[in-house]
Design a protein. Structure first.
Length: 383
């Protein structure tokens, strides 16, 4: 358009654009998680799509990439969720049966004696721990934990009609984002009033977090979850290997780790007579499972995708609370956007050096920072 707009018209147009974007976000809020999952999938499989596009037409390349994504990621995850729904309730009954048929051995009785003697010495405390109390507590924890996990898994799977509708929408959104990725990125750069350089910074940070969470953290968590479940199986508890693997994998994504389950579980096994198996589960987590993270994290997780453990913990739980199962991925991505926004503000207004993600910041002595950052500072200084 060649028409010249007045300042008032420009401001009105800006307000109308913001209102349109806000209404669009509100209008599509029911499918926000689905859009984000499709965007994450399209981002991760873009390199494959680009390689195929060099040899095949665009449509055929997109179809092949979609089939590869479904075969590698989405179908296995969906199958695991369905199997988890079937096994959770069964495992809860098995745990209840096992606890009811198991009694503490001499070691457990001595431990109960020590605990009760300690409680007797405490003022204003009149509690006696009995084996029946421990059994009921373990049953209650198993039932409530299983019901919570079952609810999360069922929420991720959804009903049949909802699953079919979501699958159709996902296919269209995934293909659109995959084929028109460059155009969408250009549109985002043009809409951002801070400029294209800041947009590239955000996109780079978000991309690193997606790669680090999905490609890196999920692989690490899967290795830790399977290793922890295998230790419980080898230690003598042969019920629910599959659900233990899923539960420990989910816990390993967050900084708490699967040790909050395996270590108390090992202690419980020792308490109820399986001293060797319980000690094996406890020590295996300390020696092997924890070191899986130390070995794989520097290799698989980019440095700019690593959040402070406290922020990561908050991001994951807040994401699960707001978005359900998929909040494990969405939460950290939103947190990295918040952290990046604060870093950009401090760099522009307070002159704080922006963290470099290239690993060569120590070799640069230019205190003014990148050229785009200096331009941004000058622009805000004039306003």
């Amino acid at each position: 358009m060649n028409r010249e707009f007045t300042l008032t018209q420009r401001r009105s147009l800006a307000v109308a654009t913001v209102a349109a974007l806000a209404f669009g976000a509100y209008f599509l809020r029911s499918y926000f998680v689905l859009i984000v999952v499709a965007a994450v999938g399209a981002y991760l499989f873009t390199p494959m799509f680009n390689r195929l596009k060099r040899r095949l037409p665009t449509g055929l390349s997109a179809t092949a990439t979609l089939l590869a994504a479904l075969g590698i990621v989405f179908i296995p995850i969906g199958g695991c969720l369905v199997l988890a729904v079937l096994q959770v309730s069964r495992m809860v009954d098995q745990v209840t049966e096992w606890v009811g048929d198991t009694t503490p051995d001499k070691l457990g009785e001595k431990a109960l004696t020590v605990v009760n003697d300690t409680l007797d010495r405490l003022p204003y405390v009149d509690v006696t721990v009995t084996p029946e109390m421990l059994r009921s507590g373990m049953v209650r924890v198993g039932q409530e934990g299983g019901e919570w996990l079952l609810g999360q898994v069922q929420g991720a799977v959804g009903g049949i009609a909802g699953a079919v509708t979501s699958a159709i929408i996902f296919l269209y959104v995934f293909l659109a984002l995959l084929i028109h990725r460059d155009r969408i990125q250009t549109l985002i750069r043009r809409l951002n009033p801070l400029g294209e350089d800041v947009t590239d910074l955000y996109l780079g940070k978000m991309g690193s977090m997606v790669r680090g969470t999905v490609s890196g953290q999920f692989v690490i968590a899967l290795c830790q979850g399977v290793a922890g479940a295998a230790s419980i199986y080898l230690g003598g508890f042969h019920r629910g290997f599959f659900i233990f693997a899923i539960l420990l994998t989910a816990l390993s994504i967050i900084p708490l780790g699967g040790g909050i389950v395996t270590m108390p579980f090992g202690i419980g096994m020792m308490f109820f007579g399986n001293i060797i198996g319980g000690a094996f589960v406890f020590l295996f987590h300390l020696v092997v499972v924890t070191n899986i993270d130390n070995v794989l994290r520097p290799i698989l997780v980019p440095r700019d995708a690593r959040l402070n453990p406290a922020l990561m913990l908050l991001a994951v739980f807040a994401g699960i609370t707001m978005f359900g199962f998929w909040g494990i991925v969405i939460g950290p991505v939103l947190m990295i956007v918040i952290v990046t926004t604060i870093n950009v503000y401090l760099a522009v207004y307070k002159g704080v050096e922006l963290d470099s993600d290239e690993g060569d910041s120590d070799e640069e002595d230019d205190s003014a920072g990148p050229a785009w950052l200096q331009k941004l500072r000058d622009r805000f200084a004039r306003t």
